[in-house]
Write a protein that binds this ligand. Structure first.
Ligand SMILES: Nc1ncnc2c1ncn2[C@@H]1O[C@H](COP(=O)(O)OP(=O)(O)OP(=O)(O)O)[C@@H](O)[C@H]1O
Length: 343
């Protein structure tokens, strides 16, 4: 369990975050410079907040009102950094055993060798970090952290230094090791919504030093609460709206019908690019002729940008459907049950 409620001013930047997590892997997502790493540093005791409190498990580790500020080494926090931060002059075994203080040599050797097995690096114990691949270095970093039996695991963009082609495989490996050997809360900082979705149970969205939304990954993806939350979860189609009545809204020049009367005060509407589609007939509401403005080609999918009146929609389509869409005799379909309303 982690409970954090802190404020910290650093020059112009103000960090003001509060959330509580009982268990599971939480993806912390947000634009660059929004305070994700500072939050992890505060939890680890590497940054002193100006006020607030932090508890890990059943222990208060920071609360200036109670004069509590437990030092980093006693916080039971495992921290894996972007660049792994291994000691270059120590071998794999020495790196893993580094944090095991107050243990006999025999005990330490046993623990390190168990951990080498957990991260499948047995046989490489005498190598130095520069003799390992990026993925192997990452596993040493994870082992060095897990061996200290932390109550919380902080992963700060652990895949960012890896090549694209090995990333997914290593993600799976790392996830399997964590799930099998660690039962506490994992806070996982990433910029990538796809990666967060693959790995995490919950998402915590950040914007300008604040956490703006927390929920299961499905909830957050399906119901971003604001325009900034929608942007962070990769919703490419967000528009300011004018309510006509409870049954329809007007975007810039087009009217969208809604399924039920949903009068709200929400100012924006969003729809994920994968929820839009192209259809052959206008036998349903919200189908529109379109003009294509661009096509971004992917391996098996493409993103087609189309204009309807003055509104540009981005639509993800399969490559096989691209030819029909390019001819322009289909209609863009905006399904009302996929429309998201937000502040
Ligand atoms: N010691 C410091 N003094 C002043 N400002 C700082 C300090 N450390 C960080 N900042 C500022 O605080 C903000 C948040 O930094 P943080 O590293 O938490 O961002 P982040 O969300 O992790 O970004 P990224 O995704 O780029 O790693 C940034 O604007 C950064 O410039």
């Amino acid at each position: 369990m982690i409970n954090i409620n802190i404020k910290k001013s650093l020059g112009e930047f103000n960090l003001d975050v509060a959330f509580q997590v009982e268990k599971g892997i939480v993806g912390i997502l947000g634009p660059s410079g929004c305070g994700k790493s500072l939050t992890l540093q505060a939890i680890a005791g590497l940054l002193n907040p100006d006020s607030g409190n932090i508890s890990i498990g059943n222990h208060v580790v920071f609360d200036p009102k109670k004069k509590i500020n437990i030092p980093t080494r006693k916080r039971k926090v495992g921290y894996v950094f972007q660049n792994y931060a291994l000691f270059p002059h120590l071998t794999v075994s020495e790196n893993i055993g580094f944090g095991l203080n107050g243990m006999s040599r025999i005990e330490k050797t046993k623990k390190v060798s168990e951990m080498l097995e957990v991260v499948q690096l047995t046989g490489l114990e005498n190598r130095y970090p520069n003799e390992l691949s990026g993925g192997q270095q990452q596993r040493v970093a994870l082992a060095r952290t897990l061996v200290t039996e932390p109550e919380i695991l902080l992963l700060d963009e652990p895949f960012s230094a890896l090549d694209q082609h090995v990333k997914k495989q290593l993600e799976l490996e790392l996830l399997a090791i964590i799930k099998k050997n660690f039962s506490g809360v994992v806070l996982f900082v990433t910029h990538n919504i796809e990666e967060a979705y693959r790995i995490c149970d919950y998402l915590c969205l950040y914007d300008s030093g604040r956490n703006i939304q927390f929920g299961t990954k499905q909830e957050v993806l399906e119901r971003p609460i604001s325009k900034s939350a929608a942007k962070i979860v990769g919703c490419e189609n967000v528009f300011e709206i004018r309510w006509m009545n409870g049954n329809s809204v007007v975007l810039d020049g087009i009217e969208l019908e809604l399924e039920d009367c949903v009068l709200t005060t929400k100012r924006y509407l969003g729809i994920h690019s994968y929820d839009l589609s192209f259809v052959a007939s206008n036998d349903r509401a919200n189908t529109f002729p379109y003009a294509i403005t661009s096509v971004v080609d992917g391996i098996d999918r493409a993103t087609v940008s189309v204009v309807v009146a003055n509104v540009t929609f981005h639509v993800v389509v399969s490559k096989s459907s691209l030819e029909g869409i390019m001819k322009g005799d289909l209609l863009l379909y905006v399904p009302f049950d996929k429309i998201l309303f937000m502040d």
